[in-house]
Design a protein around this ligand. Structure first.
Ligand code: BG6
Length: 475
C-alpha cells in the first residue's frame, strides 16, 4: 500500500560552509585545512578554492528569501569550526557565532527548519599543524569543546543536528586515497584517524544529551549499498567483504558502539589494527544517535579478484581531479566492477534510484533506526540560456525517481524523517570546481571569474516547490 510522505516530513536541501560561504578571512575566521589545501597547485580543478565560493557569507538573506519563496521546509548547513574558534580552540570568535545566529534566525522567521552540521570537513588548520588533526587523540577534547559551544549557543533554536559529515569519505579521501587534505595514502593511518573520529563523534553525541535534551542528532554517512556482480559465491563474498569494510565498519559503531567482528578479522588479515585503548569501548557505548543520516548518491558493485568482469575503477573516474593510487590492499578482498544495468552521470557516478530503497531497507533491517536523508542529488553541466533559464529536466527526473524510491521504502517499513537534496544553490564541488552543478538555483560564476554571482531559478526550483506544496503527492 502506498503510504506516501508523513505530514511532518522534512522537505529539505543541503550545503556545507566551505562550499558556499566564502568570506574565508572575514569576521575573525581562521584558516581551515581546505583554505590551505586548495591553494596548492594541482589539488583542485583549475586550482579553484572556496575563498569566495558563492558568497553566502554576504548574500545569505537573498538565498534564504529564495528558500522561503520555494517553501523549503528544512535547510541543512554546516558551521565552519575555524569561524567559531580561529585556531580551533581557545577564545570564541563572537563575530562567527553572531553570523550563524543571523542565518538561523532568518531561516526560522522564514518557516525553515535549520539542520545544523557540526563538521563538514573544514578542520582548523591550526589543529592540523599543532598535533596532526584527526590523527591525534587531542582532537577529541577540542572537538567536544567546539560542540558544547554550539549546543549552548544554538541548542534552543536548532532541533536537528548532524555530527560528522561523511566520516568514511573525509578519512578515506584524506588518509587513503590522497585526494583530500592531508593527502596521505596509508591504510593504517586511515584506520587510526577514523577510530579517533569515531570517538569524537561518540563524545559529541553524549554531550548533546546534556545540553540539547529535546534535540535530535545523528551522523551523515555516505552510504552506497554494495551489490555483487554475479550470483557466484566468490562474488557474493567479495560483496560481503566490501559491505563490512565500507559500510558496517562505520554504521555498526554509530548504531551499536562496536566494530563488526568480520571487519575486524578482515583488517587483521591485512595486518591493520584498530588502535583501541581501554576506555574507548565505554566512550563508544555512551552514545546512540537518534537517526541514521545518510548521503545517498549511488550503489557500488563488486566482484571477486579472479572474476574477469570489466573493472570500473571508481578511484580513477569519479572526480575531475584524479588520484594516482591504483592499488589498495583491499583489492584482494573485493574489486570494483561495472554494473551493466545502470546509467552514469556526467561524472560517471552510478544512477540507481532503487538503490536508495535498498539502502533504506538495509538500514531498517539491521539497525531499526529512523533515517534522515541528508544528501541526494545530481551533479551535472547546466546551461544558462540567453534568457537566463536553466532547463534541467534530467535533475527533475533524477530527484523524482529517488523520491519514488523513498515512498516505496516507506511502504516497505522504513521510517524516513526527511529528504535534503544536494544542493539548494550551485556551489563549490571540492575536486570539480564550479562546473559540477547540483542546485535548484544557478549561481552565475565559473572557475575563471566570480562574475556578479547572480542567482537564477532553474526549472527544478519550480518543480520542487510544487512537490513540497503537495507534500510529495505531485511528483
Ligand atoms: C558529499 C559531500 O560527498 O557529496 C558534499 O558531503 C559533496 O560536500 C557531495 O559536494 C557531492 O560530491 P562532489 O564531489 O560531486 O562535490
Amino acid at each position: 500500500m502506498d503510504k506516501g510522505f508523513s505530514k511532518d516530513f522534512l522537505w529539505g536541501s543541503a550545503s556545507a560552509a566551505y562550499q558556499i560561504e566564502g568570506g574565508a578571512r572575514k569576521g575573525g575566521k581562521g584558516p581551515s585545512i581546505w583554505d590551505i589545501y586548495s591553494k596548492v597547485e594541482g589539488n583542485t580543478f583549475k586550482n579553484t578554492t572556496g575563498e569566495v565560493a558563492i558568497d553566502f557569507y554576504n548574500r545569505y538573506e537573498e538565498d534564504i528569501e529564495l528558500m522561503k519563496e520555494m517553501g523549503l521546509g528544512a535547510y541543512r548547513f554546516s558551521v565552519s569550526w575555524p569561524r567559531i574558534f580561529h585556531n580551533g580552540s581557545g577564545e570564541v570568535n563572537q563575530e562567527g557565532v553572531n553570523f550563524y545566529h543571523k542565518i538561523i534566525d532568518k531561516m526560522i522567521e522564514s518557516g525553515i527548519e535549520p539542520i545544523l552540521t557540526i563538521y563538514h570537513w573544514d578542520l582548523p588548520q591550526a589543529l592540523q599543524d599543532k598535533y596532526g588533526g584527526w590523527e591525534s587523540r587531542e582532537i577529541i577534547e577540542d572537538f567536544t569543546n567546539y560542540c558544547i559551544t554550539l549546543y549552548k549557543e544554538f541548542g534552543s533554536k536548532v532541533k536537528y543536528w548532524v555530527s560528522l559529515n561523511e566520516q568514511n569519505i573525509f578519512t578515506s579521501l584524506g588518509y587513503l586515497l590522497a585526494l583530500h587534505p592531508p593527502k596521505i595514502n596509508n591504510y593504517q593511518r586511515f584506520i587510526n584517524a577514523n577510530h579517533i573520529a569515531s570517538l569524537a563523534n561518540a563524545r559529541a553525541i553524549a554531550e548533546f544529551r546534556k545540553y540539547v535534551p529535546n534535540g535530535k542528532i545523528g551522523p551523515s554517512f555516505a552510504y552506497g549499498p554494495a551489490y555483487a556482480i554475479s550470483p557466484k559465491s566468490e562474488d557474493i563474498l567479495a560483496m560481503e567483504n566490501a559491505q563490512e569494510l565500507t559500510n558496517w565498519l562505520w554504521m555498526d559503531v554509530y548504531a551499536w558502539g562496536r566494530y563488526p567482528k568480520i571487519a575486524i578479522k578482515l583488517l587483521e588479515k591485512m595486518n591493520i589494527t584498530i588502535p583501541f585503548e581501554d576506555e574507548d569501548q565505554e566512550i563508544l557505548n555512551s552514545s546512540k544517535p537518534d537517526f541514521m543520516g545518510i548521503n545517498y548518491y549511488s550503489t557500488s558493485t563488486f566482484k571477486d579478484k579472479n572474476n574477469e568482469e570489466a573493472v570500473y575503477n571508481i578511484r580513477q573516474s569519479g572526480n575531475t581531479v584524479q588520484g594516482d593510487i591504483d592499488k589498495l590492499i583491499t583489492d584482494d578482498l573485493y574489486t570494483p566492477a561495472t554494473n551493466p544495468h545502470v546509467k552514469l552521470t556526467d561524472w560517471n557516478w552510478v544512477i540507481d534510484p532503487q538503490g536508495l530503497r535498498v539502502a533504506l531497507r538495509r538500514i531498517t533491517s539491521r539497525y531499526d533506526l529512523p533515517i534522515l536523508i541528508t544528501e541526494n542529488g545530481l551533479g551535472a553541466f547546466d546551461e544558462l540560456t540567453e534568457n537566463k533559464k536553466v532547463h534541467d529536466n534530467y535533475r527533475i527526473d533524477f530527484l523524482k525517481e529517488h523520491l519514488l524510491a523513498i515512498k516505496d521504502a516507506t511502504a516497505d517499513g522504513s521510517e524516513v524523517l526527511g529528504y535534503c537534496t544536494w544542493s539548494f544553490q550551485d556551489l563549490f564541488s571540492w575536486l570539480n570546481g564550479y562546473q559540477k552543478r547540483y542546485g535548484f538555483i544557478y549561481v552565475d560564476r565559473d572557475e575563471e571569474s566570480e562574475k556578479e554571482l547572480k542567482r537564477y531559478k532553474k526549472d527544478s526550483f519550480y518543480w520542487y516547490k510544487e512537490v513540497i506544496a503537495t507534500n510529495g503527492e505531485k511528483l
